[in-house]
Design a protein around this ligand. Structure first.
Ligand SMILES: Cc1ncc(C[n+]2csc(CCOP(=O)(O)OP(=O)(O)O)c2C)c(N)n1
Ligand SMILES: [Mg+2]
Length: 595
């Protein structure tokens, strides 16, 4: 599947079927909104219910028959948005989410920030009011009405609106879906007045052709910009590609390989975003890391004379991590600058850019291939890089990863999440769907929901969705599992359970060292033990298969094989692996850099 495919029916349509209502003409404001949601091709609407949008809820069930969009009930609004993030990670497209009044939106905010930072789309429906105070029920309607509800999320959404009539609401849905799905993609929020939803339609609305209001936007660079970039790259002796935020399209993946081979350019990738280049390819430099750069990548950046950034996230920070000022000329393919605002600094440091190609990376790659023309392509001696061998006799994340890799064997796997302790050398990415990136906004707790959404989008593709999450991440968002179980979305979650918010133990250690205070106290206020949480029981309590705790290296293989068999049979399986606290040394080094 590629980011350009049409949404598919993931086979959920037999779940939650309503009794026929016999209604097939719109009678209320919310019926018009429901029609619009269907017209813009939003396949699912992840939601947690609430009276503020009871009108829309009724329209989705009794007017649309709970199809296109189909409801995905979530136990927390944060999961609803995270599921949409995971879905968009795979498909590149928006699904919808609905959150109740101000309180549901407040629950949703962190996940909205994560999806914003991931530059991925979602159409969020919310509600308030009735805006007309005379229509409000005492107390509850008053506490759940806010004058400017969109202000809660305006800093990290592309657009928001509070339409005052069914016609305006229809327009808002069309505009919202169009804006969300247009690069740079992002979340939009449409706040529906409860009064407007519940009011009877005075007269039928004239039909419209939604496609005419959502024209395809293709931002192409000027030929002169492509020519300037091609000249730089053609003349480069040590060109380097920083392959960043790119699509899941296989065609685009192949084009990147062709460009790297045409230029004989090294390629650096990052675990912050999804797989962008085959990590086993002889031109891939080092292994993908999170914030840290592999030493080989630092060397390549310092040695490069021309760097091509394919929407690399944080060029300025990367150069800082590579030792400061970088001599190379920089070509940057990105439309990200169109999204930057004054609220959030997720735009990162201002990078030096000699040629900007203001387009999505794939268009730049195609344009450059064309401009460069055929050339000498060095034979691509694919070198299979060796995976690191775990050492010692303690159950570490490295042993866990190696055993998981062995159990998976030759299956096609999509890693939907990896924990902070992950070592990028321990897994190979050979396809754009092999790895889907992080929560993107640093919002811990996003992992489970994102994984469920990715698994939803992957359902029926033959790919095995695997999420490896920290225990802290899992415990914050674990009720997303229920949604996967209820809607029969197969998923394997492996919890790297170090019984700690360990990342922050390292921070406390750093502070203690800087202040000459006892380092041995770093665990206080961080460890999740006494009692240890029974993660497998949390999974079982929601109808998933819960396995573990696995406490020995020898126990890993059996546990993973049992879990994979369960997922193949259609289940959600969670394996609690009690790992030793600790991160790959390179990660610890980078944290020191960031201090
Ligand atoms: C919502 C939120 N709360 C707190 C943090 C700070 N934080 C960053 S990493 C981390 C620990 C996460 O724990 P876990 O998922 O178990 O991973 P570990 O560090 O143990 O490998 C915390 C609390 C955050 N980034 N987001
Ligand atoms: Mg932990």
């Amino acid at each position: 599947m590629s980011g350009t495919d049409q949404p598919r029916d993931q086979g959920l349509s037999d779940v939650d079927r309503p009794s026929p209502s016999g209604v097939n003409t719109p009678g209320f404001g919310s019926d018009v909104v429901a029609d619009a949601l269907r017209a813009v091709d939003l396949p699912y609407i992840a939601l947690n219910p609430g009276a503020s949008y009871r009108g829309l809820h009724d329209s989705l069930v009794n007017y649309l028959g709970n199809r296109q969009p189909q409801m995905l009930l979530c136990l927390h609004e944060e999961s609803a948005i995270a599921i949409a993030q995971g879905y968009a990670k795979v498909t590149g497209k928006a699904m919808a989410a609905a959150v109740h009044s101000n309180v549901g939106l407040m629950h949703a905010t962190m996940a909205i920030f994560n999806i914003w930072c991931d530059r991925l789309p979602v159409v969020i429906l919310g509600a308030t009011g009735p805006v007309d105070a005379a229509m409000r029920r005492p107390w509850i309607d008053w506490i759940h009405t806010a004058r400017d509800q969109g202000a809660l999320v305006r800093g990290y959404t592309k657009w928001d609106d509070q339409p005052a009539s069914p016609a305006a609401a229809r327009e808002a849905v069309l505009r919202g879906a169009w804006i969300a799905n247009t690069a740079p993609r992002g979340p939009v929020y449409i706040n529906l007045d409860a009064g407007m939803q519940e009011a009877k339609l005075d007269e039928p609305m004239a039909p419209i052709d939604p496609q005419r209001f959502m024209p395809t936007v293709l931002s192409a660079p000027e030929p002169s910009q492509i020519a300037a970039a091609a000249d730089l790259l053609r003349g480069a002796k040590r060109p380097l590609i920083l392959a960043g935020r790119v699509s899941r399209s296989l065609d685009a993946w192949d084009a990147r390989i062709a460009l790297a081979e045409r230029l004989n350019a090294g390629v650096v990738t990052s675990l912050v975003v999804g797989a962008a280049f085959p990590t086993q390819h002889h031109l891939h430099i080092g292994a993908p890391r999170g914030r840290a750069l592999a030493p080989e990548a630092v060397e390549a950046i310092r040695a490069a004379d021309v760097i091509l950034s394919l929407d690399w996230v944080d060029i300025a920070g990367t150069f800082k991590g590579a030792g400061g000022e970088v001599a190379a000329k920089v070509v940057h393919a990105s439309v990200d600058h169109r999204l930057h605002n004054g609220w959030s600094m997720d735009y990162q440091g201002l990078p030096p850019v000699d040629v900007l190609l203001p387009c999505e990376p794939h268009l730049a790659v195609v344009g450059l291939l064309d401009a460069l023309g055929p050339g000498i392509v060095r034979t691509s001696e694919t070198r299979t890089k060796a995976f690191p061998t775990p050492a010692g006799n303690k159950l570490t994340v490295d042993y866990m990863t190696a055993a998981l890799r062995d159990s998976v064997g030759g299956r096609d796997v999509s890693l939907a999440q990896v924990p902070l302790s992950w070592d990028g050398r321990a897994w190979a990415f050979n396809h754009p769907l092999d790895y889907l990136g992080t929560n993107a906004g640093g919002g811990v707790g996003g992992g489970p929901g994102i994984s469920v959404g990715a698994a939803l989008a992957l359902k029926g593709t033959g790919r095995l969705p695997i999420a490896v999450c920290g225990d802290g991440d899992f415990l914050m968002g674990c009720t997303a599992l229920w949604t996967a179980v209820h809607y029969r979305i197969p998923l394997l979650m492996v919890i790297a359970n170090n019984r700690s918010f360990f990342n922050d133990e390292l921070h406390q250690e750093r502070v203690a060292r800087a202040r000459s205070r006892p380092v041995e106290n770093r665990w206080i206020g961080q460890r999740i033990s006494e009692p240890d949480v029974d993660i497998a029981a949390i999974a079982r309590a929601q109808g998933a298969v819960g396995i573990g705790p696995v406490t020995s290296i020898d126990g890993l293989g059996v546990a993973f094989e049992e879990a994979i068999a369960a997922v193949k049979a259609g289940d959600v399986a969670v394996v609690d692996v009690r790992v030793q606290p600790g991160y790959a040394p390179i990660t610890v080094e980078s944290e020191k850099l960031g201090r």
